[in-house]
Write a new protein. Structure first.
Length: 163
């Protein structure tokens, strides 16, 4: 209902200003399709790499390798796959968060930490892939390292402040 109201408002505002509403809509759709076509290759490569990491067993090996260090830092080992996935895919991380809550309970330390990590971090690689490709940026320079550092800060906050 809200969407229909917004569409009607746009039509009326365009008519009031004597703008070619349909032509502007078609032009915007054309530009949107060009943007989607421009970012699709980067997006496919990123998603393919995530799947390759999972299928090859490298994902599990990385988690096993990091488990002793994580435990000493106060991070439950069950959160390691989640922490590695969060910068790559928000929907996969959300599914992992749901699994953590189902297994350990929504009020468990693991679920609280994962929730804080989910809310205080970003899908760095996905976001950078989409926005930098859409803007035509070829060299991201400090963007990805700074964004990953911000994710680590969110993870550290979850470890420090979740009981």
């Amino acid at each position: 209902m809200i969407l229909c109201g917004f569409a009607l408002f746009c039509l009326l505002a365009g008519a009031f200003k004597r703008l070619p509403v349909y032509d502007l809509f078609v032009e915007g759709a054309r530009e949107g399709l060009k943007t989607a076509a421009g970012i699709l290759p980067s997006l496919l490569v990123m998603l393919g790499m995530v799947k390759a990491l999972e299928e090859s067993g490298l994902w599990a090996a990385l988690c096993d390798l990091a488990a002793p260090v994580a435990e000493k830092a106060g991070v439950p080992p069950v959160l390691l796959p989640f922490m590695l996935m969060r910068p790559l895919s928000g929907s996969a991380a959300l599914a992992m968060l749901q699994d953590i809550m189902a297994v350990h309970g929504p009020d468990s330390r693991e679920a609280l930490m994962a929730g804080v990590m989910m809310g205080s971090s970003e899908t760095v690689f996905y976001t950078c892939t989409v926005y930098l490709a859409a803007a035509g940026v070829k060299k991201s320079r400090h963007t990805v390292p700074c964004a990953l550092l911000a994710c680590l800060a969110g993870y550290a906050g979850a470890v420090l402040f979740c009981p």
